[in-house]
Design a protein around this ligand. Structure first.
Ligand SMILES: Nc1ncnc2c1ncn2[C@@H]1O[C@H](COP(=O)(O)OP(=O)(O)OP(=O)(O)O)[C@@H](O)[C@H]1O
Ligand SMILES: [Mg+2]
Length: 654
């Protein structure tokens, strides 16, 4: 058997468009389930045991009772020889099987028919013993059936679980390959829904499919075999309605898949709205927009409710419709069977057995009718999972990517153009050379392209035109690892994780010792406030660091950048003003750190700008001025105007 928790499913993305044919996801799921073929086969084996014990129970207990309580017609002296005697019938059947065996394998237990007869007569002598034996047999078969059922259900159910958890892992692995742009386009609710709701739906669908699809058809076949053996013509009348049932199920299933698909979309929409509201709760409350948000969620839930109700309707209709059609068949059967008994073709015992076999088929058929709905549910949700597994990232590492050596000389933007939407350029013809060890301050109005400029360096986006080189090498030919390892990027919003302060600074790298983490915290002037926290470096900070102040968050982000000791530091200064003490601490931390290090700062603080070797002024994606602070002030151009407004503003604020 496969070892459950370590099985790695080879779920590979497929090179296909987002157009999924109805069953392709299903076959992919089946293909994945095939990796658990031993479980599948074992589960099939137990299904056979279940069905066989069902069949044995149906045939054997009834036969024993019939043989035991058979009353020979008084007129016939030699009751043993009567062809109507069920014991004689059974012995004849066994003899018939013996003949076949002898023909096929050249051997048969030839004394068996006689033994059957003597056993039967023995039972007739001691009726109480026979009944006890029949009950014992029934008990044994029931225990066998229940144990097999448990094992079958566990094995088959676990396949579904392994397949879905494997899907989740594959989805996340591929999600991590997506570019930053992908995450800026997709709402987090949409992404979350695929990992929670969609996966859950695939799972609950598959569980049922594997458990029932393996067990119920075998049951149907066993009962069918029993029924056909008793009277095949009558049986065919009884099951003549099956094609109609099949047609009904298929058409309901189609509608089901559609509704599931739509409701999954609605759930993702709902997740998006809820997620937005929670993230922006401070704004919602300060604008007293709670009612408005409740209304928005109500509308989303209303749309969802519509499709959920449609699913319920279809689900509710499936059972009764199937049953009704099947019962029609049984009514036909009863009508004809009366005639068969009357003409002496069947005896009452046969009829009862036949009736039971057909009636017992109802249950598995009804369960199978549900299976189709489950299959459709898992297809609809698996479609959405596979869509995430198959997404091709828009920023890819080139197939012959090389390790980028540590930066020693220059970073160059060569006529770089970039557009987010293909129409408006966020960066336009940027040509600039940044020397190793130089500190550049990027300034410009909001929306002028400063953040975009720095996002091209770690390849969050690729230029739409031109190229960026490190020491003359196009960064598109470098491995992600070797490029990004050289860059520390402190973003405009300080991103922290709901973990300990230590892991926020070391960020998943075990190679950093505690001493190194402390050193980085000290360099970022964060050690004082960390030591004041109840558990120091082990303090778990709230989600996104919500339990810390803005300045503290920023210093932690800087400590994280420092510990990496990067060749290139990118700092997108937070625009929100910090208190003077925080600002002083951050400034001191940076002063030390940027000395002799290639640094690009998107500067809002005058102190940062003064320290820069060169100031680059951006306007609508173009570099319009550059030079030292004195040069730009002397130029009396765009920078001077920017400087004056900011400087006056800062002065006014204090
Ligand atoms: N993810 C995005 N998708 C589409 N357009 C974007 C995206 N990010 C930025 N833009 C657009 O690109 C232009 C440049 O944005 P950018 O974020 O680089 O400005 P900025 O100079 O950093 O501004 P700020 O000082 O406000 O941070 C703007 O017009 C902005 O609307
Ligand atoms: Mg910005």
């Amino acid at each position: 058997m496969n070892s459950p928790s370590h099985t790695k499913l080879p779920i590979t993305p497929r090179d296909c468009s987002s157009d999924y044919s109805a069953w392709s996801s299903y076959f992919r799921l089946v293909g994945l389930a095939w990796h658990f073929k031993y479980r599948l086969l074992l589960s099939l084996f137990f299904s056979l045991i279940i069905a066989a014990s069902f069949g044995a129970m149906l045939v054997s207990v009834g036969t024993i009772i019939r043989i035991t309580f058979y009353e020979a017609p008084a007129a016939i002296e030699e009751s043993a020889a009567s062809p109507a005697d069920p014991a004689v019938k059974l012995a004849k059947d066994v003899a018939g099987i013996n003949d076949t065996m002898r023909r096929m394998i050249g051997w048969a237990p030839s004394s068996l028919p006689d033994r059957v007869l003597s056993l039967s007569y023995g039972m007739r002598e001691n009726k109480m013993k026979a009944v006890t034996f029949a009950s014992g047999l029934a008990l044994f078969l029931t225990i066998l059936m229940s144990s097999a059922r448990f094992l079958q259900e566990y094995l088959a159910g676990s396949i579904g679980t392994h397949v879905t958890t494997g899907l989740g892992e594959a989805m996340y692995a591929n999600l991590m390959k997506q570019s930053v742009g992908f995450f800026e386009r997709k709402s987090s609710g949409e992404v979350l829904a695929r990992f929670t709701n969609d996966i859950f739906m695939v799972n609950s669908g598959l569980q049922g499919v594997f458990v029932k699809l393996m067990r119920e058809p075998i049951k149907v076949l066993v009962f069918l075999a029993v029924a056909l053996h008793v009277d095949w013509q009558l049986t065919l009348i009884g099951i003549g309605v099956l094609p109609l049932v099949l047609y009904l199920l298929i058409s309901i299933g189609k509608k089901m898949r559609n509704s599931v698909k739509r409701s999954l979309q609605k759930i993702a929409g709902l997740a998006t709205v809820v997620n937005e509201t929670i993230k922006g709760i401070a704004i919602v409350k300060s604008f007293t927009m709670e009612e408005y948000e409740i209304g928005r969620v109500k509308a989303e839930i209303g749309r969802l409710r519509k499709f959920l109700l449609r699913m319920i309707t279809l689900h509710a209709a499936t059972g009764p419709l199937t049953e009704f059609t099947l019962v029609l068949g049984i009514i036909g059967f009863v009508l004809v069977s009366g005639h068969r008994v009357e003409t002496g073709y069947l005896d009452a015992g046969d009829l009862v057995q036949l009736y039971f076999a057909l009636a017992m088929m109802l249950d598995p058929v009804r369960k199978l009718s549900d299976v189709n709905n489950m299959i459709q549910t898992s297809i609809a949700s698996a479609d959405r999972c596979f869509e995430f597994i198959d997404m091709v990232p828009d920023i890819l590492e080139s197939s012959d990517a090389e390790t980028l050596p540590a930066l020693t000389d220059t970073i160059r933007f060569e006529n770089v153009t970039f557009s987010y939407d293909g129409s408006k350029n966020a960066l336009d013809g940027i040509d600039i050379e940044i020397k190793c060890g130089e500190m550049i301050a990027l300034v410009g109005a909001s929306g002028s392209g400063k953040s975009t400029f720095v996002k091209l360096l770690p390849r969050f986006y690729d230029p739409t035109g031109g190229r960026i080189t490190f020491d003359g090498k196009d960064i598109r030919n470098a491995t992600f690892q070797s490029l990004r390892e050289q860059i520390s990027y402190v973003t405009q919003e300080n991103i922290l994780f709901a973990e300990s302060i230590r892991s926020n600074i070391a960020f998943g790298r075990d190679c950093y010792t505690d001493a190194r983490v402390r050193e980085a915290a000290t360099a970022a002037h964060a050690d004082l406030f960390i030591d004041d926290l109840p558990e120091g470096f082990d303090t778990i900070i709230g989600e996104s660091g919500s339990s810390l102040s803005g300045g503290q968050r920023q210093r932690l982000a800087i400590a994280r950048a420092i510990i990496k000791d990067p060749a290139l530091l990118i700092l997108d200064e937070a625009t929100s003003s910090l208190d003077t003490e925080s600002e002083r601490l951050i400034q001191e931390a940076l002063d030390q750190f940027v000395k002799g290090r290639t640094t690009i700062v998107i500067a809002h603080r005058l102190s940062t700008i003064q320290q820069a070797d060169r100031i680059v002024v951006l306007d609508e994606g173009k570099i319009i001025e550059q030079g030292s602070l004195e040069e730009l002030l002397a130029l009396n151009g765009a920078y001077k105007r920017l400087h004056d407004t900011q400087f006056n503003f800062s002065k006014g604020e204090q």
